[in-house]
Design a protein around this ligand. Structure first.
Ligand SMILES: *Cc1c(COP(=O)(O)O)cnc(C)c1O
Length: 362
């Protein structure tokens, strides 16, 4: 029997800054599905193969776990007693879960009122000290950096290099499944750590001779939170995709480098386009994601509509990173539909509601 999956550190150890002394804290993250999505490709009139990398299948429901297993393991190795992060929700949920497992104190600063309910519930339930900040993510990020300069606490935002190291494993998995890098890699961009991590992963696999090519990196920001597209910070970022509601990304330069070195692009998609992609993913492919994740599909759809892929070769492929699970943001999902009304428990009533015809009487 093959060795059972034991998380990304076990699988990709030789590419990671792990030593004999590192205590491995894992929830068996990674090994997420790479789903072919031919029906969605047809629906968005895409002429190349479409794959969905479903990162919502990670232990806490987002890709953040790939980075957190390394960041928390290294924090423990370095003798840290406590970690802190600013978060739009998923970093906090992941930090809280891995800290619980590592018996580290975990503190999180969240922008009050713009955290999806599932993420807040996770952070609280895993036992993190949660501060709801009257401010946005960028304020929270500034404050955690200041806290770290005043106290012996480890920062586990994506400027912690171990986060990027872990997150690059997503690129390895894609290459392992496809046998090479895809032609294009589409990804939502918030604080911009993940686009850098994937590019690093693709480059390392290429340099190691494991893959023959590297993809063009296609990054997508929400229109109301698109500082990299606009070329300047956004004071008051706004979007329903709360995970990427960031006005001044920490890894701005790295994201631009990934874009330019790969011959890719970073563009904006509107909330409306994000929501359309969100519904298509759920109804056409059966994949429930949180709104930010749908930005990658919305972006590919937009590019396809403009003929961006028209000169691509027949065997070209695009992988869309679906960064987080749909159950993270139940409020948004419910708000998108009419909540079902309660009916009497009688077959005739149920039939009427379901639009089922009465069976013929015998
Ligand atoms: C964190 C996050 C992002 C943004 O990733 P960055 O590395 O900040 O660019 C996108 N989607 C989801 C679901 C996230 O949790």
């Amino acid at each position: 029997m093959d060795m059972p999956w034991g998380g990304i550190i076990q699988r990709y150890r030789r590419f990671l800054p792990i030593t004999e002394e590192t205590p491995i804290i894992t929830l068996n993250e990674g090994d997420t599905p790479l789903l072919p999505a031919p029906a969605l490709a047809e629906r968005i009139e895409l002429n190349i193969s479409l794959y969905l990398k479903c990162e919502g299948f990670n232990p806490t429901g987002s890709f953040k776990d790939r980075g957190m297993t390394v960041a928390i393991s290294k924090a423990l190795e370095e003798g840290s007693q406590a970690v802190i992060c600013a978060s739009t929700g998923n970093t906090a949920a992941s930090a809280a879960a891995y800290s619980a497992r590592a018996k580290l104190k975990c503190m999180v600063l969240l922008p009050h009122g713009s955290i999806a309910l599932g993420k807040l519930a996770q952070s609280i339930t895993h036992g993190a000290k949660v501060v709801a900040l009257k401010g946005n993510f960028d304020d929270a990020f500034r404050l955690v950096k200041e806290a770290c300069s005043r106290h012996p606490i480890t920062l586990v935002n994506s400027i912690n290099p171990y986060r990027i190291e872990g997150q690059k494993s997503g690129a390895f998995e894609i290459c392992d499944v496809l046998g090479d890098a895809p032609t294009y890699h589409a990804i939502p961009v918030g604080n911009a750590g993940n686009i850098c991590a994937y590019w690093k992963g693709y480059c390392e696999y290429h340099e190691a001779g494991i893959s023959r090519s590297r993809p063009r990196m296609l990054g997508f920001q929400a229109e109301g939170a698109a500082p990299i597209v606009r070329g300047e910070p956004v004071e008051a970022p706004e979007t329903i995709a709360t995970a990427i509601r960031i006005g001044n990304p920490a890894s701005w330069k790295g994201a631009e480098a990934a874009r330019d070195e790969s011959g890719g692009l970073i563009q904006a998609v509107s909330d409306e386009e994000i929501l359309e992609a969100y519904h298509m993913l759920a109804s056409v492919e059966g994949v429930f994601v949180e709104p930010a994740s749908a930005a990658s599909v919305a972006g590919v759809r937009k590019l396809a509509g403009r003929g961006y892929f028209k000169d691509a070769s027949e065997d070209a492929s695009v992988v869309c990173i679906l960064t987080g699970h749909g159950l993270k943001d139940p409020d948004l999902a419910i708000s998108q539909a009419a909540e079902p009304s309660a009916v009497e428990p009688q077959i005739e009533v149920v039939e009427e509601f379901l639009g089922l015809c009465q069976p013929a009487l015998v």
